[in-house]
Design a protein around this ligand. Structure first.
Ligand SMILES: Nc1ncnc2c1ncn2[C@@H]1O[C@H](COP(=O)(O)OP(=O)(O)O)[C@@H](O)[C@H]1O
Ligand SMILES: [Mg+2]
Length: 245
């Protein structure tokens, strides 16, 4: 693992409305589904490379950060060495979600103004690399430093979870997203239009390893309505506000 400062994160893990259900409500239906998702990922990893896994979605606000953070926390709870990397440099939200003070992050490492060891922090058993302050996100993500940084992360952790930008970035010169072995597409239940899901899956091609149907109403899950994702591999994650109690 990369040496990292251990931070006392003030994440609101104890708050019942916390999005970090893997910490705040480990017995909730949503937390169970993140464990299911992690087991699916391990199964994928037994068949094909999946050490670096990107969590993406067709648009914004569908639950990439929520899914990436809960998946990484779940993996770390299974005593795996895991790093959660905030690769969506345009709209950083992870530091606030985890209650971390601003500091050097991925953008600074990509721009060559910080070393990985200065930017990676530990939150409990999880290593975290927040986005940092990107002056030009597109340029940072095209940095020639990307391959070497990804190799360093790959060598140091069993799982590298990328909180990635929306799916089209994968075809858009984003070298970090392109370095992922496998991609999980998050779909917001009842929100993301079916044709948009299809386009996103086409853009991802063979690297699409699975689908998370996020914010499913548990009341409808038993009736198979969430299967509208058209994928037997979809992991339905209930809305945390509805399932945390
Ligand atoms: N399963 C869920 N249940 C309840 N709220 C959710 C769920 N997933 C995401 N949200 C909420 O939706 C918003 C967008 O989620 P976020 O993970 O930040 O999306 P993205 O990273 O794709 O932009 C946040 O306010 C988050 O709290
Ligand atoms: Mg996000």
């Amino acid at each position: 693992m990369i040496p990292a400062e251990t931070l006392q994160a003030s994440h609101p893990a104890a708050a019942p409305e916390s999005r970090l259900v893997a910490l705040a409500a480990p017995e909730s239906q949503a937390a169970v589904q993140y464990r299911v998702l992690f087991q699916r990922l391990l199964r994928v990893a037994s068949r094909r490379p999946a050490r670096v896994v990107a969590i993406t979605s067709a648009g914004r606000g569908e639950g990439r950060t929520t899914t990436a953070a809960n998946l990484a926390l779940t993996a770390a709870q299974e005593s795996k060495t895991v790093i959660l990397v905030e690769a969506d440099l345009r709209r950083p939200t992870l530091a606030a979600l985890l209650g971390l003070a601003p500091r050097a992050g991925l953008a600074d490492v990509l721009d060559g103004t910080a070393e990985l060891g200065q930017a990676v922090v530990r939150v409990g058993g999880l290593a975290v690399l927040c986005a940092g302050d990107a002056r030009d996100p597109a340029a940072s993500l095209r940095s020639p430093r990307v391959p070497a940084i990804v190799e360093q992360l790959r060598a140091a952790y069993e799982h590298v979870v990328l909180d990635a930008p929306p799916a089209l970035a994968f075809a858009d010169g984003d070298r970090l997203a392109a370095a992922a072995d496998a991609v999980i597409l998050v779909i917001r239940a009842g929100v993301t239009p079916r044709n948009v899901v299809r386009l996103a899956l086409e853009a991802l091609g063979e690297r699409a390893a699975g689908v998370v149907l996020n914010d499913v109403d548990p009341a409808s899950a038993g009736q198979g309505r969430w299967l509208h994702a058209d994928s037997a591999d979809a992991v339905p994650v209930p809305g945390s506000r509805r399932s945390a109690g």
